[in-house]
Design a protein around this ligand. Structure first.
Ligand code: ZN
Length: 480
């Protein structure tokens, strides 16, 4: 028989003597696991609506009680200045054992438009093996995985091979306004070696995956000032530089015909994927045609030399989010505008620094504008920044997540790159100096933020067993 030296055999958590009892308990309690989750799903904890603040607090209290009942200690609802966080821990694995901080969020998106739901959003309903309702996948059903796994581990005097802390916030869907300050103030309580988050999806129920990178963001508003006031385009047009045209030229100067950004220094800090990683990305099964259909375009266009998947996940980009100038109401008005404006976002990849990138954009535009007499002033105002994230796939916790997923799903996970951002990951990197493992159990068709959101119950129960396997897998690699 041929042996593959690259893979070590993994044992299903039900067959591993260290986890078999916990898995048996979790399996025996599946009905309770679902019923208690449905209770949580019935609470309309919509954080963005003030009238649901009481519901958000009810969801926090529910989780605090469940964590305490499940054998965790120091279970508390902690005030943040806005909606509270739930905290609990179990810290008896010893000083040499690593500490995992599990993060989730109990708040949900608004359910509107209600008429598009097949069953009421806050009345969880099971159809075809999935539970439908707001917050099922994002994130109540996914955070529940770890609540249940910890309960199964700690029942009947059970213990954990690692120290575990749990933090569940209530403002994720409304911008996590108070989270940064909270994490900074509670840095000691939240100190950990790694953060574990289940709030993403895997490629499919058959192909587990772990998100290994997220893009960051530098968002700026650009203003080009021309004449002091709007001018008559007949009296002045042809002899005064039009700021809208100047803005168009300035923005055009940021990218070349190959889709490459021409701002000097822009790519200096970009970490290029290795040849191995690029090879692995070709096997992820990203469907260019489906992407094109989703986008509603006849052809894709981006930086040449990179696949569509890489253009989104591994490469930075510059996008115009809005442009305005002059007269934009119905009918004609012959005006030569005094100023022109654009909102520009640059999605960044590791290790680009958003504030430096904003400075580079400003310097580039001002240098270009020097050769444009009649442009009186160019200003670049930073509006928002977020740091890109690249998790080292050889980090012990990533290896543990890989082992746990393979043990449960029977197939090793692939690493995927997301084009978007999860701001809390950058918060944990900055404040706690800990990497984040994004071990999500959602599926691509879960309809997050949309009507008829769902979460597969099979994914829920497999997730619980993966979580049970993870604690031991992490303790193993940490020891070795
Ligand atoms: Zn979420």
């Amino acid at each position: 028989m041929e042996t593959n030296t690259k893979t070590t055999p993994v044992t299903a958590p039900a067959d591993d003597p260290r986890t078999a009892d916990a898995v048996a308990r979790a399996r025996a309690e599946r009905d309770r696991t679902e019923q208690r989750l449905f209770e949580l799903l019935r609470i309309p904890s919509v954080s963005t609506k003030v009238e649901h603040a009481g519901d958000c607090r009810s969801a926090a209290a529910f989780l605090r009680e469940e964590l305490a009942d499940g054998g965790l200690e120091h279970a508390e609802v902690l005030e943040t200045g806005g909606l509270p966080c739930v905290y609990a821990d179990w810290l008896h694995a010893g000083d040499d054992a690593p500490t995992v901080l599990v993060y989730g969020h109990y708040d949900v998106q608004p359910a509107e438009p209600l008429e598009l739901w097949e069953t009421p959003p806050f009345e969880p309903t099971v159809r075809d093996g999935s539970v439908y309702g707001r917050g099922t996948a994002d994130d109540k059903g996914q955070l529940w995985i770890h609540v249940v796994a910890l309960r199964a581990m700690l029942a009947d005097g059970g213990t954990l091979p690692v120290n575990v802390k749990v933090i569940i916030e209530g403002e994720e869907e409304s911008g996590s306004e108070h989270l940064d300050g909270f994490v900074e103030r509670e840095r000691e309580r939240l100190a950990c070696d790694v953060v574990l988050v289940s709030d993403t999806h895997m490629l499919s129920a058959e192909q587990p995956s772990i998100v290994s990178s997220l893009r960051g963001m530098a968002y700026c508003e650009v203003t080009v000032q021309g004449p002091a006031v709007d001018l008559h385009s007949g009296i002045f047009g042809g002899a005064v530089r039009n700021p809208a045209e100047a803005l168009a030229n300035l923005i055009a100067s940021c990218k070349d015909a190959d889709g490459r950004i021409t701002i000097p220094g822009f790519y200096d800090d970009v970490v290029e994927p290795s040849a191995d990683e690029r090879e692995a990305m070709t096997k992820i099964g990203f469907d260019d045609d489906e992407f094109r259909r989703d986008a509603g375009v006849s052809a894709t266009w981006g930086e040449s030399g990179w696949s569509v998947y890489e253009q989104i996940g591994a490469r930075p980009t510059l996008e115009i989010n809005g442009m305005w100038s002059g007269y934009i109401e119905p009918g004609a008005k012959t005006v030569l505008p005094a100023s022109a404006h654009a909102k520009i976002s640059m999605r960044l990849v590791a290790d680009q620094d958003w504030s430096r990138i904003g400075d580079l954009l400003e310097r580039h535009l001002q240098t270009q504008a020097k050769d444009m007499p009649g442009v009186e002033r160019v200003t670049v105002e930073p509006l928002h920044g977020g740091r890109p994230v690249l998790v080292d796939t050889t980090h012990p916790a990533m290896k543990a997540a890989t082992t746990a997923l393979e043990a449960t799903f029977g197939k090793p996970p692939v690493f995927t790159r997301e084009g978007g951002s999860i701001p809390v990951v950058a918060t944990f990197t900055e404040q706690l100096d800990a990497p984040t493992v994004l071990m999500g159990f959602g599926l691509p068709d879960d309809c997050l933020h949309s009507p008829n959101e769902k979460f597969s119950l099979d994914q829920l129960h497999k997730g619980v067993e993966t979580s049970i396997a993870f604690w031991h897998a992490y303790a193993d690699v940490h020891d070795s």
